[in-house]
Design a protein around this ligand. Structure first.
Ligand SMILES: [Zn+2]
Length: 178
């Protein structure tokens, strides 16, 4: 029961936080390292990616120049195209139903202000055969050369699992208890 309520809590978190866009904030992060949370519930797969601005656009200072602003705009456009970030097995029959991308800025006052930014992206897939979602590719690393690692957490009703993958991992095999 504990696992299930944890899972439902995560799903609620993914939905409400992205829907409201308010309660998210920049966690302390290490440049090069992002996190990816994956939740599977029935035919629904939710993926939530958080990555330092440094990994995605190569900088975290406020975008003042046209070049910086364009870099952010382009990054958001790329991140919103799930198939440029992940490749899911065709046999799982997944369609992207929803994607949201935000750039979050660290909220500090004084000299420390705006030291760090994070890109946050949420993807909702509807999958005909989610059991076939046993592995996936990460073109993410090819698209964003500054990204070095992803810490992946998978949550299903059967439990949870963690994977730390580096930029040379072509394919991530996933599964809980298998
Ligand atoms: Zn940073």
């Amino acid at each position: 029961m504990h696992r299930i309520s944890f899972f439902l809590g995560l799903v609620a978190l993914l939905f409400t936080q992205s829907a409201l866009g308010q309660s998210r904030h920049v966690d302390s992060h290490e440049h090069g390292k992002g996190t990816l949370n994956i939740a599977i519930e029935g035919k629904l797969i939710l993926m939530e990616l958080e990555a330092p601005g440094a990994d995605i656009v190569g900088f975290e200072h406020p975008a003042k120049s046209v070049t910086d602003r364009n870099a952010i705009k382009n990054a958001k456009a790329v991140l919103s195209k799930a198939d440029q970030i992940f490749t899911l097995p065709k046999s799982a029959g997944c369609d992207l139903e929803r994607a949201e991308v935000d750039l979050l800025r660290e909220e500090l006052s004084g000299d420390d202000a705006a030291n760090h930014t994070e890109f946050f992206a949420m993807y909702q897939f509807g999958c005909a055969d989610p059991d076939k979602f046993s592995e996936f590719g990460l073109p993410y690393f090819r698209v964003f050369p500054n990204a070095q690692e992803l810490s992946i957490q998978l949550i299903t009703r059967q439990g949870s699992a963690r994977y730390d993958v580096g930029r040379n991992s072509a394919t991530v095999k996933i599964g809980v208890g298998g």
